[in-house]
Design a protein around this ligand. Structure first.
Ligand code: NIG
Ligand code: FE
Length: 403
């Protein structure tokens, strides 16, 4: 068997199955960007010939991390709002006073594509340095056709200019832009018109909405989802973050890839997610920064067998976070996940939250050769350390990159 590259002297955590999938003193072979073989080094097929061999020097190798929920592309900063909240203002009050998402929309509309690339690249590099090989990027800070187009184009450009895979999500239904004040239904009509145009330009992989009292109702969200489904696009939802509007059940009704946040979801909603195969994406960064006290129903999600993913939710308002490993730690300390659940949430289940579980998120023959290499003694250390910088390399489609 001829392969392009072989990594030896590595320990694997395949995340393929119920546990970590640990294989110590292992090897993994890549051909044409896919995993060709993996297993204990002692079992390496005699006939295997590699064009290139990499000495893993005792590192651990896991599936590349997948950050399945980010708003990575924006302009400006909302550090002032953080200060205001520390002095007692709430997220909803700041939004009602014209700050919040609208503040970022003003800064983003004024920014050129190049300026957006420059700001966002810094955040992207931080993700790369922590072993991310696939990232989802939402629009939603434009809220007019020109700026939403620019955001999605910038997201695509980031994917072309850096060694990782970018999935784009249209989040036109993020908040009501000022020019539509009092005319939310007209805005929903408008964004349903934009969607086919954005889709025709190849800019949209999925459609998201923010269903919340300070954003869009369940009925309005349903109209956005209907428009997505007419185009055959999968949907996902910011659901039940600050109140229970039945978001989980709504997402399930549309067979959403994921329902995200879920702090206020009830058991019927969780049951519906289980039945529709929708992934629960938990976002402890936003919970932490907003100093929320209501935790997502992790025990119910487990009991009903809903796959749990976690993500940075990288955004300027509620989670200015570019560290998936810190998020994994928070998922354990704040939400009660186990370290294994947290790692599965950044790999196997995150892949499923993007509809990409057939080709990534685990280490198994035939899957995409997207890996992260770590200088650690055991996978739990990835979740345990705070700011440990354990990533020593990444492999994307079989091609190695330094961290
Ligand atoms: O995921 N909830 C809506 N969207 C973001 C916050 C966006 C912002 O405040 O800029 C979130 O938490
Ligand atoms: Fe979000």
């Amino acid at each position: 068997m001829h392969v392009d590259a072989l990594w030896t002297r590595v320990h694997l955590a395949t995340l393929d199955g119920a546990g970590y999938g640990i294989v110590e003193d292992a090897a993994i072979a890549v051909r044409a960007g896919r995993i060709a073989w993996l297993g204990a080094r002692a079992d390496l097929p005699q006939a295997l010939r590699a064009a290139q061999t990499h000495d893993g020097k005792g590192c651990w190798l896991t599936p590349g991390l997948i950050d399945c929920h980010t708003h990575l592309v924006w302009a400006g900063s909302r550090a002032g709002e953080f200060e205001q909240r520390l002095q007692g203002a709430t997220y909803a009050q700041i939004a009602a006073a014209g700050g919040g998402i609208r503040a970022t929309v003003r800064a983003t509309r004024a920014a050129s594509a190049d300026a957006l690339v420059a700001q966002s690249e810094r955040r992207l590099r931080a993700l790369l340095a922590e072993g991310v090989t696939t990232v989802e990027i939402k629009s939603g800070y434009g809220l007019d056709l020109a700026t939403e187009t620019r955001l999605l184009q910038v997201a695509r450009r980031l994917g072309e200019g850096h060694p990782l895979h970018v999935c784009t999500t249209f989040l036109g239904a993020h908040t009501l832009p000022g020019e539509y004040e009092g005319r939310a239904d007209a805005y929903v009509d408008a964004l349903c018109d934009w969607l086919p145009q954005l889709h025709a330009r190849g800019l949209v992989d999925a459609v998201d909405a923010y269903c919340e009292a300070l954003a869009f109702s369940a009925e309005q969200t349903g109209r956005v989802f209907d428009a997505a489904q007419r185009l055959g696009l999968p949907v996902k939802l910011h659901a039940d973050q600050l109140s229970d509007l039945g978001g989980a059940a709504l997402a399930a009704r549309y067979r959403a890839l994921s329902a995200d946040h879920l702090e206020y979801s009830n058991e019927d909603g969780v049951r519906a997610l289980a039945a529709s195969g929708t992934v629960a994406v938990l976002l402890p960064g936003a919970y932490y920064l907003l100093r929320e006290t209501r935790r997502p129903p992790v025990e119910l999600l487990r009991r009903h067998g809903v796959p749990i993913a976690i993500a940075t939710d990288c955004n300027p308002g509620t989670s200015p976070c570019t560290s998936p490993l810190l998020i994994a730690n928070m998922a354990c300390t704040l939400f009660g996940l186990t370290p294994l659940e947290a790692l599965a949430g950044l790999t196997r289940h995150a892949a499923r939250a993007l509809g990409l579980d057939a080709d990534r998120g685990r280490l198994a023959p035939g899957l995409r050769a997207d890996f992260a290499l770590w200088d650690i003694g055991h996978p739990v250390e990835l979740v345990y350390m705070l700011g440990g910088r354990p990533c020593v390399g990444r492999v994307v489609d079989g091609i190695p990159f330094s961290a």
